[in-house]
Design a protein around this ligand. Structure first.
Ligand code: ADP
Length: 258
């Protein structure tokens, strides 16, 4: 088939024992990257040595979310992660190409870039979060099979369309023997800043019900929040600050580490 290629990712086994956690979603735009950046910031705030691999080759947003745009230096052909102001080490395809450049990569090029990120000089990093591209295609499958994460988190909105795709992502992880650590519901509920009225633009409770049905832990929900969006866009993950968002992500970080 034209345009379809096998993706081969040759990642050698990590030399140091560290916990690698994949963050996936069935659909794009559900907040997977925002969640990854904040979870990493929450772990860093707790004193955990944490790194993020931004494997979202088609929409690498971690350099913006973590404010770590510098081009990584290389030593002995190994990329050195860039440390964000919140103390998270980051390697992203977004750091390797000009901002705004379309990553029209075929399979082999994408897998070559992902190899470089996974085999970067992660030093004494204890937890490595991998922000996967959305979906359940070849790139995700190869990366998960080769990098062998200790577990996976799946992010979904409460909307049925998102949950159907999240179910596919859970199925993919289970098929390749990666335990699903839990499902997190994002954009769950909105409180109007003017009148205080609460509404559910994407529905409510769907992820919890799906998690129960699928037999995976439900780890919690995060509301739709303009301040979370603004802080994230500005490269200041709210999880690294004190406050309700900081507390929520600290709880999620604890669940991840337990
Ligand atoms: P994904 O990685 O799943 O594609 P992103 O993390 O890039 O999703 O989020 C998509 C958009 O939604 C971004 O503009 C982000 O700032 C916004 N967003 C994510 N989570 C929330 C939230 N809880 N409240 C408000 N905006 C959010």
């Amino acid at each position: 088939l034209d345009g379809v290629e096998a993706v081969e990712i040759a990642i050698s086994a990590p030399k140091v024992h560290r916990k690698l956690v994949a963050i996936g979603s069935g659909k794009g735009g559900v907040g997977k990257s925002t969640m990854t950046a904040n979870l990493a910031a929450a772990l860093a705030k707790k004193g955990v040595k944490v790194g993020v691999i931004d494997a979202d080759i088609y929409g690498p947003s971690q350099p913006t979310l973590l404010n770590a745009h510098a081009k990584p230096e290389a030593r002995d052909k190994q990329l050195i992660p860039v440390t964000s102001p919140s103390g998270v080490k980051l390697l992203s395809v977004g750091q390797l190409v000009e901002a705004g450049t379309a990553l029209a990569w075929r399979g082999p090029m994408a897998s070559g870039a992902l190899n470089q990120l996974v085999e970067g000089d992660w030093g004494d990093t204890e937890v490595l979060l991998v922000d996967l591209p959305p979906g359940t295609g070849d790139v995700q499958l190869s990366l998960v099979q080769k990098a062998k994460p200790a577990g996976a988190l799946v992010i979904s909105t409460p909307q049925d369309l998102s949950l159907i795709d999240a179910t596919r992502a859970i199925d993919l992880f289970e098929k390749v023997g990666v335990p699903v650590l839990g499902l997190v519901e994002n954009m769950a509920g909105y409180r109007c800043p003017h009148c205080g009225e609460e509404s559910d633009p994407f529905g409510s409770g769907g992820a919890q019900a799906s998690a129960k049905e699928l037999g995976v832990p439900f780890l919690g929900r995060l509301p739709l929040s303009a301040s979370l969006r603004e802080a994230s866009d500005a490269g200041r993950p709210p999880a690294s600050e004190d406050g309700p968002a900081g507390d929520a992500f600290a709880t999620l970080a604890d669940a991840l580490m337990s």
